[in-house]
Design a protein around this ligand. Structure first.
Ligand SMILES: NC(=O)c1ccc[n+]([C@@H]2O[C@H](COP(=O)([O-])OP(=O)(O)OC[C@H]3O[C@@H](n4cnc5c(N)ncnc54)[C@H](O)[C@@H]3O)[C@@H](O)[C@H]2O)c1
Length: 363
């Protein structure tokens, strides 16, 4: 007889931050707690909420406390909303909170599935007749978002300032994200990796990336490969999405491509993401792809599907694949039943979607 399992309690730091962030994080907490309540004591979540973001900045001049990373370091995972508000410059809010967490916790792999939900009309005609789903793997620690560069020469007078924004590509950084993409491809029904660069124009960092892709690929003879330029890949997202399984790209290119993917699926509000520290030396962070959506914040109409899909990725991370699958099935059942927020053509509010997801989980 096997020993009874002790209940697993996952300590989660919730950072709702700005705009619709608190609305979608509240949705995720409700649904995750409902799953835990139905797990027969197998697992539970212990939440701590941190009030950081643009409101905190207006009071303190900081997006998060100086020692905020120490406060987060021992949590099992971070559940993030969205950062940014018109009162604070975007580069200040993004670097002061989200990028500070991702970079210092070495969350070097950003996984962004592109999922098509039943009942959500896609602008992509192929979605009517073909089952589409692929995943964008974003290098999340260097590339174009390394934060290297500077501004100078403003002292020479108007019109003379210069700025350098330098992209960083390291052999180690490229190789680990490429191997991550191949390993992920092996878990999927279609075992293929599409590597995306712009190495015809960017002849140093992206050529290094291409060379590493060619060097790593022979270690995965069972996985099909292709190398595609980013402009061609954006066309391929629209014209031949059925050819995609795992798409791996640098920080900026994957950021842009994953927004295109979620728009093709119907809305930015649908897209989920995981910022992973695969070695688990630091907590990983789960968040919807979208921003703080100031245009709809506070109206109760934010689409929670992206935040709930991110919760499913967190369940995968906790090695609860059956629970993650149940949550994804409840999301699909909800959209298929036509319970849709306005961004995907419906009239439901955030709470209506959460209510429908809870009903499907209970059913
Ligand atoms: N990860 C992040 O925290 C993150 C990502 C992107 C942008 N931002 C920040 O968010 C702010 C707004 O940026 P933006 O307008 O470029 O992008 P955004 O993602 O906030 O909004 C783009 C469009 O998508 C819609 N949208 C986004 N999320 C939605 C949801 N859940 N339901 C329904 N509709 C949704 C918005 O209403 C808007 O029309 C800026 O301050 C920006 O820096 C933060």
């Amino acid at each position: 007889m096997s020993a009874p399992h002790a209940p697993r309690t996952f300590r989660i730091a919730a950072i709702p931050a700005d705009g619709v962030g608190p609305e979608v994080v509240a949705a995720g907490r409700t649904v995750l707690d409902a799953l835990a309540a139905r797990s027969g004591g197998a697992f539970a979540f212990d939440w701590t909420e941190f009030p950081w973001g643009c409101g905190y900045y207006e009071k303190t001049g900081l997006m998060m406390p100086e020692d905020g990373l120490d406060e987060l370091a021992d949590y099992d995972a971070l559940y993030f909303g969205a950062v940014g508000w018109p009162s604070v410059p975007d580069h200040v809010s993004l670097w002061g909170l989200r990028l500070r967490i991702c970079q210092n916790f070495d969350q070097w792999a950003n996984v962004r599935p592109v999922r098509f939900h039943p009942g959500v009309v896609s602008p992509l005609r192929a979605a009517d007749s073909t089952e589409l789903d692929w995943v964008v793997v974003r290098e999340n620690s260097e590339g174009e978002y390394a934060g290297l560069g500077g501004r100078n020469l403003a002292g020479r007078g108007p019109g003379n300032e210069v700025a350098l924004q330098t992209a960083l590509f390291t052999e180690r950084g490229c190789e680990r994200i490429l191997r991550f993409a191949f390993d992920l491809a092996r878990t999927r029904s279609e075992q293929k990796v599409s590597s995306v660069t712009k190495s015809n124009a960017q002849q140093y960092g992206m050529v290094l990336w291409d060379e590493l892709f060619a060097r790593v690929a022979p270690d995965y003879p069972d996985v099909a490969t292709e190398s595609v330029l980013v402009d061609a890949m954006s066309a391929k997202f629209v014209l031949h999405p059925e050819d995609l399984s795992v798409v791996v790209a640098s920080n900026l290119n994957a950021d842009i491509l994953s927004d295109l993917g979620s728009a093709l699926a119907g809305s930015l509000g649908l897209a989920a993401s995981a910022n992973l520290n695969p070695e688990r030396r630091f907590p990983s962070m789960f968040e919807p792809v979208h921003g703080s959506a100031p245009d709809i914040a506070g109206r109760g109409v934010a689409n929670p599907i992206g935040a709930l899909g991110s919760a499913a990725l967190m369940l995968d991370h906790f090695d609860l694949p059956a629970e993650a699958a149940r949550l994804r099935a409840a999301l699909d059942a909800t959209t298929a039943a036509g319970v849709l927020t306005p961004d995907v053509g419906g009239s439901a509010g955030t709470d209506d979607v959460v209510g429908a997801v809870l009903d499907h989980l209970a059913g």
